[in-house]
Design a protein around this ligand. Sequence first.
Ligand code: ADP
Ligand code: MG
Length: 235
Amino acid sequence: RGQDELEKLKIAIQELDPKSPNLTKFSDLPLCAATASGLRASHFEVLTDIQKAAIPLALKGRDVLGAAKTGSGKTLAFLIPVLEKLVQAQWTEYDGLGALIISPTRELAVQIFEVLRKIGRNHVFSAGLVIGGKSLKEEADRLGRMNILVCTPGRMLQHLDQTAGFDVNNLQMLVLDEADRIMDMGFQSAVDALVEHLPKTRQTMLFSATQSKRVSDLARLSLKDPEYVSAHEEA
Ligand code: ADP
Ligand code: MG
């Protein structure tokens, strides 16, 4: 099941020109049927500039460093590649943690999670939040079953250090959202320590509203030969 769709997708992604001027809508992108229908059902149709710039490169497996101001649509610019990465890897609900999304605050993590639930509604992947507020043990019990986690840095590091049997060795994709705020809030060392736990062969996307020296420091530590993309459109 789905092998033909997967093969066709792989070819379409290979042939995709990430700079093509003809990419306007989500339906112009080589996305699996589940993601495409999730986007349609959520009434997303036209790509924003940052989505146009980042998603094709990410689909092709590149590490991406993206900068675009608040409200420009960065969430979908990484959530779509996360879903497609797991589809390409033929990830199943039994394969453990495939993608980790790091957010500076609980509130932003919750927002990301809600968008993921909307556009990911037709996928089988399980997704969870790791933002504290529950006992470590209660969170830990659910971790092993999750395919996609949206987390805050401190809480995630606590689990990586303390939760026995939590396996992150097959992680396919790491996302750092609001990297500038992650740095401003003093999470540099937590993120460094967190990245130490993760496998080196993975795809990484890093997004921020601003380009700063500290963001490029973080990028240097976590990304491999990244493509820099930015967008300064009016939202
Ligand atoms: P950012 O993370 O860059 O601040 P968000 O991802 O939170 O931006 O998106 C800002 C708003 O724009 C949200 O309400 C979101 O639903 C909406 N949005 C994002 N992408 C699109 C799109 N392609 N078409 C229409 N609305 C979009
Ligand atoms: Mg955002």
